[in-house]
Design a protein around this ligand. Structure first.
Ligand SMILES: Cc1cc2nc3c(=O)[nH]c(=O)nc-3n(C[C@H](O)[C@H](O)[C@H](O)COP(=O)(O)OP(=O)(O)OC[C@H]3O[C@@H](n4cnc5c(N)ncnc54)[C@H](O)[C@@H]3O)c2cc1C
Length: 506
């Protein structure tokens, strides 16, 4: 579709949404061609939507999708645009549905401890209101100030304090979901908006989470709330070597302390990078090779007791406690850690503007050391091949209180203004290699961001096995004309000759 003013589709959309909420200008469209992940600047033109719409209600979204379905126009949902795998980036033009205007707080239910919101709101804004009631919505990614509830649903994100409160999939009880045909359904655990456990039928809530906008658009969600924690304790420990830090983080996670919200393990590449380039980081002596930061939340008396136990565990492992100032400062900085540097270094040490690629995998605790070495080897190869890449080190974040699996991320700086086809191809190959390491160690390619980007997406069928065929069948059944975010997750394969005619689908 190519937009020309007066185009009947544009006029129809204006009839649905009002003139001001259908944006056809170049700047409005350019603003929605990218996400913070490294961007192939030399191929910018391939990612332009034809137009952007700003609906304000579920019904308006439904009308837009009915129209797009009738005209077979691609539709890409976009919330905060902070996703790191290009999920919200249009690959085939069409309409970007930007849901930021659907951001109302519809209800705060103090008795059942839930709230119902438009999916264009974010957790920071929501918590400003909830805190007046002594409540908290604890979905807490590092992108807390800028990712929105709908995008969290679209990616099935990872909350850094998930060991205490659960992740997005646990915290979103139910939501209104507009199917690609424009039909509106409500999915959740049971028909009620606020039920947390039911056993009726298929678990559709999970089907409509983490699909990266390929199965429709979530518009209004009901969320689980918790008492606002009275106390927070974020101990931070230094280690002379990675192995001791690794063993300590495992002990902390397995200790079963109820107020334990999560722990982060920084490896020596990460410490070196923070020491070198992150203004928010307080430099540590060269003997510090690895760091562990934990966070505990709850009532003051239980946090004090739980914190005491974790301190004893860490001390028995030989950890050096770094003091309250750095603990509080650094844990708080998790929300802006990546925005701070925005630069990396060439091999000669020259500072240059860089954007950030974060490869995220879910890896079992026992496989972390092996994955770490294999990943740094790949990053090192990349860095040797071209001076547009910089190794920013690795984090591993605990998940549940058992300490079984971790969000494992390697951060690589990319000087995107200098990307050309050769550097881009090297990057795509490295992504494929990083994902292959995760699979070879029994992990998942992605713990939270999804895997829509070139390179890693190639391995999704391998990870899912027969499940990928089921995914294709579901996509075909729900989106017979492939209008929802086409080109993502290799789902175009659902429409190849191997499958029956789309018009025959339900
Ligand atoms: C600095 C930084 C730190 C980050 N830290 C974390 C972290 O700790 N944990 C984590 O999980 N992620 C993290 N991320 C990644 C990102 O914030 C998450 O993926 C987030 O869930 C995306 O939300 P968004 O509102 O920006 O969604 P978008 O980027 O707008 O969209 C993400 C995907 O969801 C789809 N989508 C958007 N809205 C809807 C909707 N209403 N219904 C259905 N599908 C929709 C889009 O099409 C796209 O495929 C980080 C990103 C940055 C930039």
């Amino acid at each position: 579709m190519t937009v020309t003013l007066g185009d009947p589709v544009v006029e129809e959309l204006r009839g649905i949404l009002g003139h001001d909420h259908v944006l056809t200008g170049k700047a409005d469209r350019l603003n929605r061609t990218r996400v913070p992940a490294p961007f192939p600047v030399h191929r910018w033109a391939e990612r332009m939507p034809d137009l952007v719409v700003l609906p304000s209600s579920t019904e308006e979204v439904a009308e837009v999708l009915r129209l797009a379905h009738a005209h077979r126009i691609p539709v890409v949902p976009r919330d905060g645009g902070t996703g790191l795998t290009d999920g919200a980036v249009p690959l085939r033009g069409g309409i970007v549905v930007d849901v930021k205007r659907i951001n109302q707080i519809k209800e705060i239910d103090l008795e059942n401890r839930t709230c119902t919101v438009g999916t264009g709101i974010n957790a920071l804004k929501l918590n400003e209101v909830l805190s007046r009631h002594g409540l908290l919505y604890p979905d807490d990614p590092a992108s807390y100030p800028c990712s929105l509830v709908g995008g969290r649903i679209g990616t099935s994100g990872w909350s850094l304090i998930g060991s205490r409160y659960g992740h997005t999939r646990d915290l979103v009880l139910s939501f209104d979901h507009v199917l690609p045909t424009g039909r509106v359904i409500h999915v959740g655990d049971g028909i009620g908006r606020k039920i947390t456990k039911s056993s009726s039928g298929y678990q559709l809530k999970h089907l409509f989470m983490g699909h990266q906008g390929t199965l429709g658009i979530a518009t209004e969600a009901t969320l689980k709330l918790f008492p606002k924690p009275e106390a927070e304790f974020s101990p931070f420990w230094a280690f002379d070597d990675y192995d001791t830090a690794y063993r300590t983080v495992g002990q902390l996670a397995r200790a079963g302390v109820a107020t334990f919200a999560g722990a982060v393990l920084f490896d020596e590449w990460k410490v070196a990078y923070l020491r070198r380039d992150d203004e928010a980081y307080i430099p540590q002596p060269a003997s510090v090779k690895a760091l562990v930061c934990a966070a505990l939340y709850g009532y003051e008396d239980e946090v004090r007791a739980g914190g005491g136990r974790l301190m004893r565990i860490a001390r028995s492992m030989g950890a050096r406690y770094l003091g309250d100032e750095i603990s509080q400062g650094d844990w708080a900085a998790r929300h802006d850690r990546y925005a701070t540097p925005l630069h990396g270094r060439t091999r000669s040490g020259q500072v240059v503007p860089m954007s950030w690629h974060c490869e995220d995998a879910a890896i079992n605790y026992t496989n972390l050391p092996a994955v770490r070495l294999a990943w740094h080897e790949i990053a090192d190869r990349l860095r040797r091949a071209s001076d547009v890449f910089d190794d920013w080190g690795m984090f591993a974040y605990t998940n549940g209180a058992t300490g079984a699996d971790y969000l494992t991320e390697i951060d690589i700086g990319i000087w995107e203004q200098r990307l050309d086809d050769a550097a881009w191809a090297a990057w795509v190959a490295a992504k494929r290699d990083l994902a292959a390491v995760a699979l070879a160690h029994g992990g998942s390619i992605s713990a939270c961001h999804g895997s829509c980007r070139e390179g890693e997406v190639d391995l999704v069928p391998e990870e899912l096995g027969g499940g990928f065929d089921v995914m294709l069948a579901i996509k075909r059944a729900i989106d017979p004309h492939n209008i929802m975010n086409p080109g993502k997750y290799l789902l175009d394969r659902a429409y190849s000759d191997a499958y029956p005619d789309p018009d025959g689908a339900p």
